[in-house]
Write a protein that binds this ligand. Structure first.
Ligand code: 5AD
Ligand code: SF4
Length: 447
């Protein structure tokens, strides 16, 4: 494509908040936009179309979107022909759409999580209309297949296996924004992975809010374990990852599949959220602390080198000091490789938001710090065992902090930095770990 052509093309900029599901939706929007002639820009002020793909899981993410929308007002005044679109989990809520209408009238398009395929039509409408176009679908129960996606990397890709969630954890907004669980047909998933492999993709991450309940709503039932075994047969794919797993649905059949499928990586992300049975019940998690610990023991026995990561919420309503100690107890017993930790955030519309015994912010913050102080030394202790070990790394990019180094991930999903250049990107290489740290590993390439 020559420069003159590029100059005539309309440019888009997408800002994404939240989970991998959102990241992948943004890749699909990029694919759709490029199929109608747009090109990407990393500079909002150069864009003809700015899209904010939003997250509603915690208040901070929501506030950032409002802040950023406010800033766009000046840009829109200078460049009125530019279109601003907001989509993602936030716009699924009516009161947020009303707020956008009222306070952010410079927004041109509001759409939701269920109708990203309508983007070209919405853009065309917005170009002809000066009023805000709002088109948000409730969950239709259908999955739109065949959308193009412009993936960030050629060698690794997200693949949706299911959409939505039926679990209704009492703190979580996702079931209200992403609708009920719907699994994609295995043949559609396999077709996509075969195409990815033909394009040179080496690693796939199978995505779903609760992948362990994959296939339950299909006419011809297929379990997630069976799906993993099918994906394991795809030639050219060398690594398979999946996220997220729910402890209540993780079956022995799945543990066996992870163990037996050579391409399935030795890493499981298994959120436990809280250690106290009282809090787990109030969260509607449908498992106990004991069940979780047994599950971990089973997984570690079957797959000894597996890395285990988790999500933990601090300060759920009613959490006492004793309850929090139970959370620390799980952390100490399991010894997680790493953990995503969150302060409980009230989400309007969820059952927990109405609970009366909310934990004061200062107590939440103090517990949060104690939690991190418990997690970090364990991560370091686990990583130190890798010193002088040789690991397989899929190289992803030039290191952001040191241009003479590259960054990649082990099968256990640990980030490794080592000397190297851009020719290594997308390759699977062997690296000796020289300096293991809490969050990353330093190493050297082995010829
Ligand atoms: N407050 C804090 N953390 C939350 N999560 C989901 N909802 C909330 C909330 N209201 C966390 C959970 C989940 C992760 C994706 O986000 O730990 O596993
Ligand atoms: Fe939210 Fe629970 Fe569903 Fe995860 S399983 S998306 S935490 S409701």
């Amino acid at each position: 494509m020559n420069k003159a052509n590029n100059l005539q093309k309309r440019k888009y900029y997408i800002e994404t908040w939240g989970c991998q599901m959102n990241e992948h939706d943004s890749e699909k929007m990029s694919g759709i936009l490029e199929s109608i002639g747009y090109i990407e820009t990393n500079t909002p002020k150069d864009a003809d179309l700015i899209i904010f793909n939003t997250c509603l899981v915690r208040k901070n993410a929501e506030l950032k979107v409002y802040g950023n929308l406010g800033h766009l007002k000046t840009l829109k005044n200078k460049k009125p022909e530019m279109l601003i679109a907001v989509c993602g989990c936030m716009t699924q809520k009516k009161e947020i759409r009303d707020l956008i209408k009222e306070k952010y009238s410079h927004v041109d398009i509001v759409f939701g999580t269920h109708n990203i395929h309508k983007l070209p039509e919405l853009i065309a409408n917005a170009r002809q209309n000066s009023r805000m176009i709002i088109d948000v679908w409730e969950d239709s129960g259908n999955i739109i297949e065949g959308l193009p996606a412009k993936r960030k990397y050629g060698f690794k890709a997200f693949v949706n296996v299911m959409h939505g969630c039926n679990n209704f954890c009492t703190y979580c907004i996702v079931p209200y924004t992403r609708g009920r669980e719907k699994s994609r047909l295995p043949e559609d998933i396999l077709r996509e992975i075969n195409e990815l492999s033909a394009q040179g993709c080496k690693e796939v991450t199978l995505l779903g809010q609760n992948v362990n309940s994959y296939g339950k709503n299909l006419d011809k039932k297929v379990s997630f374990a069976q799906l993993l075994r099918m994906v394991n047969e795809v030639k050219g794919i060398e690594r398979i990852r999946f996220t997220t797993s729910h402890p209540k649905d993780l079956s022995d059949e799945l543990i066996l599949a992870i163990k037996e499928c050579d391409k399935v990586c030795e890493h499981i992300h298994l959120p436990f959220q809280a250690g106290s049975n009282k809090i787990l019940k109030a969260m509607n998690r449908k498992y106990s602390k004991e069940h979780y610990l047994n599950l971990i023991e089973k997984i570690k026995n079957e797959i000894p080198n597996i890395a285990i990561t988790t999500d933990i919420i601090v300060g759920f309503p009613g959490e006492t000091e004793e309850d929090f100690e139970e959370t620390l107890d799980v952390v100490r017993k399991v010894k997680f490789d790493s953990a995503f930790t969150f302060l409980y955030s009230i989400r309007k519309g969820t059952p927990a938001a109405k609970m009366e015994n909310q934990v004061p912010e200062d107590i939440k913050h103090k517990r949060f710090k104690r939690l991190l102080d418990t997690i970090y030394p364990i991560s370091l202790e686990i990583n130190q065992k890798l010193k002088n070990k040789v690991v397989e790394v899929l190289v992803e990019e030039i290191s952001k902090t040191d241009k003479t180094k590259v960054t990649g991930r082990t099968r256990t999903n640990k980030v490794v930095h080592f000397s190297g250049d851009k020719n290594l990107i997308g390759k699977l290489v062997k690296v000796r770990i020289t300096n293991p740290k809490t969050w990353t590993l330093e190493g050297e390439l082995i010829d």
